[in-house]
Write a new protein. Structure first.
Lengths: 314, 469
């Protein structure tokens, strides 16, 4: 039994003339090309991105805030020369904001402009007319599906929408098509890469998870975080970056309300460079800890644990 | 190949990870799309297609190591691609050979030499030397006996005990001055020693796989998912896991409940909002707007047994109930052993329920006599002091195993509380089968409870608390 390549199969279903070539040759290819965009991936990220491309499936990226979930989608778009289309999810998002909406005001104008002549047969013309593509407002999902140039679709913070609204996404995610009752089905003209991100504030539905590949992006290990700092903070020495990465790792092992994210680590690194430090002394650390930690209780705890302050002297 | 995948998925399901048919097919497809010689890539591909929850990944990795152990890797590869040119990878027959050989060659090493080898490997981050050292350590210290149906925890313990890891950690972290630098060096040393531990654990597992085969071993090393761990019998590691799982769990629960409450019922029509919306449709009110409903929030009274055996269960439940306290009009908490004390103020003062829970043991005055739970006395005292506060709006939540140490039960007190309250629920962390055995008298109290619920795992606890709100 020879089974079809997943990309071929999807191309057939979408009735494309030819199978769009895959974007990446291997996980290593993903790694180098993302690195060229300033995004340092690890093995899991590279493998999953590669597979998503090869299997033509969306990727659900989960993990703590500030670990580069959104940045991954942006980097993939840049690396493949595609346009990034972003759907920011929020509570109350509905299909008129996510998929499409009829331009009601424009339709009304069209009817009013033709008033007087619209009787009998002409009405049916008019009706056909006002439900044409011209009066359609494309929202991000439809935009991504109907695009003819290469696109990467990013559905950001999908855990913010209600469980019921998730269902809106299912057709797009599994079939790469959108059904509009008045117009028919709009199929994708190419195979876009799709990324969904979630901060895990609620359990996503099984149906959604089943349709996606899953990628958990945790905090980077010391070596990778050091490389990220060196890459993103100009003029920093490798030794300082290493030290920063180690301090942050130690902080993350403490029981804090909000562990420092990669973004905050970078802010801290920039501050230290601006201060002209080559090495973090106890004083510098105590003075700048508020850049990494956003709660007073966290700062107190970190100062006590890492710097040995606040201990009662017997 | 499909058989191997099938067996692997059966094991994942047995461990509690839900794997659907579609996901099975995706995994099979992914296997076709990648280079099967790359173990890390295969692992990533299986993880991404089969596991859809970050908390399940550790269980997946354990199962993967057992089914696709490093040693059997080259032979599995041969099995998967019989036609592939095998010049690059060593074949199954001799793959373990060289490793065995090197193990044999270095077995002349003295204990000091081994310690030195491990120290250097960790200091320089030399993965090969570390692997060799771990292999040597296992050969030397674990005292493995073939054919025994064990999961290897004991072998791991024996090996680690002989290695004197504390000394190793100390040696790795010397030579730094200043509080911060010292602390960083210590953390770094600890991380490296953890690497060694992981390496030794892996080595033991590989040898066990060789000895007994993947499927038999998988059963012995299978660990429950965090939400299925039995709270009363959790070991230290599992307890830490539970503590970590609790915060995101309560956050998720709170989000879900808040949403449900907001959407559950519509209030009266909000005229102002409706008129405003109608402006865009020429004054025709197409889109009716409603006022948010007046929430009907219950008042919760928690009465928790915090004696040794059920203390951790009480802690988890108190944490969870208080984390979603915005869903209730009021939460009052009482803890008891043979005396009873109110701890509501601890939770009101702390901005994090975890802090309050940590203070309960130190600050609550719960021991009146001998420090053995006395439900009858606790209920009586509660009744005397607080019965007037129990009203038709209060839901009473009792946490405990009803092991009364043969004291007086006083069920009539609970009967009166039941009469006053809106509802009385009892959460029992013991398995259903143990109820009413020995000094457990749950049956005497059960008639006066609206429900008695078995609540052994976080999953059951979350489900119950979710229903409550």
């Amino acid at each position: 039994m020879t089974s079809l390549d997943p990309r071929q199969e999807l191309a057939q279903r979408l009735e494309l003339d030819q199978v769009p070539p895959a974007n990446f040759a291997s996980p290593d290819d993903v790694r180098t090309r993302l690195a060229a965009q300033g995004y340092l991936s690890d093995e899991a990220i590279a493998s999953v991105t590669f597979l998503a491309d090869r299997l033509a499936k969306p990727v659900l990226v989960e993990g703590p805030a500030g670990t580069g979930k959104t940045a991954l989608a942006r980097a993939v778009a840049d690396a493949t020369g595609a346009r990034l289309i972003r759907l920011q999810c929020y509570e109350g998002l509905d299909e008129s904001k996510a998929l499409y909406e009829w331009n009601y005001r424009k339709q009304l104008l069209r009817i009013q402009a033709g008033r007087g002549e619209a009787t009998g047969e002409e009405w049916s013309h008019l009706e056909e007319d006002i439900f044409a593509e011209e009066f359609l407002l494309r929202r991000p999902l439809l935009e991504a599906i109907s695009a003819t140039d290469p696109v990467v679709l990013l559905i950001d913070e999908v855990d913010r929408v209600e469980l019921e609204t998730e269902a809106l996404l299912l057709e797009v995610l599994s079939e790469y098509q959108v059904s509009i009752p008045e117009l028919g089905t709009v199929r994708a003209h190419q195979i876009p890469m799709v990324f969904l991100t979630s901060n895990n504030t609620r359990e996503l539905s099984e149906a959604l998870k089943r349709r996606c590949l899953y990628l958990y992006v945790g905090y980077p290990d010391v070596a990778r975080e050091r490389d990220i700092i060196v890459e993103r903070v100009p003029g920093i020495s490798s030794a300082l970056a290493e030290q920063i990465a180690r301090v942050v790792r130690s902080l993350r092992t403490l029981d804090l309300k909000k562990a420092p994210s990669v973004a905050e680590t970078l802010d801290w690194a920039r501050t230290l460079v601006l201060l002209g430090r080559e090495e973090i002394g106890d004083e510098d650390a105590a003075a700048t800890l508020h850049i990494l930690l956003k709660y007073q209780t966290d700062i107190d705890r970190a100062t006590k644990e890492l710097l040995g302050r606040g201990k009662t002297v017997a | 190949m499909l058989n191997l995948l099938g067996d692997f998925i059966a094991e994942l399901r047995a461990a509690g990870i839900p794997v659907s048919m579609t996901e099975h097919m995706d995994a099979a497809r992914a296997m076709q799309a990648i280079d099967l010689g790359d173990r890390a890539l295969v692992r990533a591909a299986l993880a991404t297609t089969l596991v859809k929850d970050g908390d399940h990944l550790p269980v997946f990795y354990t199962a993967f190591d057992v089914f696709f152990s490093l040693r059997s890797w080259s032979s599995a590869e041969e099995l998967l691609n019989p036609t592939e040119d095998e010049t690059s990878a060593p074949t199954g027959a001799n793959a373990p050979g060289p490793r065995r050989g090197s193990g044999g060659a270095s077995s002349t090493m003295s204990a000091e030499e081994l310690a030195e080898l491990l120290f250097r490997a960790l200091r320089d981050g030399d993965a090969n030397a570390l692997r060799r050292g771990a292999g040597e350590a296992v050969t030397r210290y674990s005292g493995m006996e073939p054919g025994r149906p064990v999961g290897g925890t004991y072998y791991l313990y024996r090996t680690l005990r002989n290695l004197d890891l504390e000394n190793l950690e100390r040696r790795l972290s010397v030579g730094e001055v200043g509080e911060l630098a010292e602390r960083l060096a210590r953390d770094e040393a600890r991380a490296r020693v953890e690497m060694l531990k992981a390496e030794i654990e892996r080595e033991i597992r590989e040898r066990l796989v060789e000895d007994r085969g993947s499927q038999a071993l998988a059963k012995s090393v299978r660990k429950p998912l965090p939400e299925d761990v039995d709270v009363m019998h959790a070991n230290r590691e599992e307890m830490a896991q539970l503590e970590r799982a609790l915060r995101p769990l309560s956050r998720k629960l709170a989000t879900r409940l808040a949403r449900r409450r907001r959407r559950r019922r519509r209030g009266p029509v909000d005229l102002r909002h409706t008129v405003r919306r109608s402006l865009s449709t020429g004054g025709v009110p197409i889109d009716l707007r409603f006022k948010p409903p007046r929430p009907n929030k219950p008042e919760i009274i928690v009465i928790a047994d915090i004696s040794g055996s059920v203390a951790s269960f009480a802690r988890f439940t108190l944490h969870l109930v208080h984390a979603i306290s915005s869903q209730f009009s009021k939460v009052r908490s009482f803890v008891f052993v043979d005396g009873i004390d109110e701890v509501t103020s601890l939770f009101e003062d702390a901005d994090d329920p975890a802090d309050a829970v940590a203070r309960i043991n130190a600050e609550a005055d719960v021991i009146a006599f001998d420090g053995h739970s006395d439900y009858g006395r606790a209920f009586s005292v509660f009744h005397d002091r607080f019965a007037k506060d129990v009203t038709r709006r209060s839901t009473v939540l009792i946490l405990g195993d009803a092991r009364n140490n043969y004291h007086q039960a006083h069920p009539e007190v609970l009967a009166d509380l039941h009469h006053r309250a809106r509802a009385v629920f009892w959460l029992n962390p013991e398995p259903l089968g143990y109820w009413n055995s020995g000094d457990s008298i749950i049956n005497q109290y059960a008639p006066y409870c609206d429900r008695v619920v078995e609540c052994r795992t976080l999953r059951q606890l979350e489900a119950f608390v979710g229903e409550l709100a």
